[in-house]
Design a protein around this ligand. Sequence first.
Ligand SMILES: [Zn+2]
Length: 263
Amino acid sequence: MIEIDQLNGVKKFRMARSFWGRGVYFTTSYWIDGLVVDTGCAYTVNDLLSALDNLPVRLVINTHCHEDHMGGNAAIQSKYRVKVMVHSPAIPMLTTPRKRHRLHLYRKFMWGYPAPFQASRLGDRVETENHRFEVIHTPGHSADHICLYEATKGWIFTGDAYIGGRDRALRRDYDIWQIIASLKEIAGRDPNVLFPGSGHVRMRPKKEILQKIEYTGYRVDSSDLHILWCHNSRSSKSSSDGISALSSFSGTGSTISACCTSR
Ligand SMILES: [Zn+2]
């Protein structure tokens, strides 16, 4: 299923696999001036292609290479013959995602494996006809994560670098210290509008971002921190987006299980 919204020149596509008419685990794609930022999951490809039907598509950028953000890449690249750009550390994994990026069962079921596509390396800037975007490296949620910042408009496209709400759990491959550093980087731009990879668009979001930093830091520092693992060690070891930082948590006496965050 797909829900379409628009804010100034930005189109928002909110997509999810649906069960009995209800969407579960929504992710978001954006279209701006011929640029598509993230493409949802494998199960929502056809919805996205239909929604883009009357729009020019000249470039695709992934904020990061989790399967719920790049599932439409192959189909869009095939239809429009466009470049798909990602942060360079992700590129080797993308030619054979099924081999190089093994998914836990719930991720296979909710989002599925993306088809292979040809990826190109992102630089520091991206230009469309009417906009110029700064590429900001924002690791933590994943090592290859970037945000796109349009300074003239004050827009920032944050993928999963900013996830609203209070985290009930963290995945094994997150690096919480890098997440905090990346949130500070985003807050430092003092954006007018924050377009997240899920959840609603935020206007003048700096206060919310700072609250998230404070909350996350508090959770890390507090002795009652409970971080819940959702991946068994086998699937985590085989995941190429794995970051070892959470192994540092085990030294703090934290308890870890389950996976999803509130949005
Ligand atoms: Zn993600």
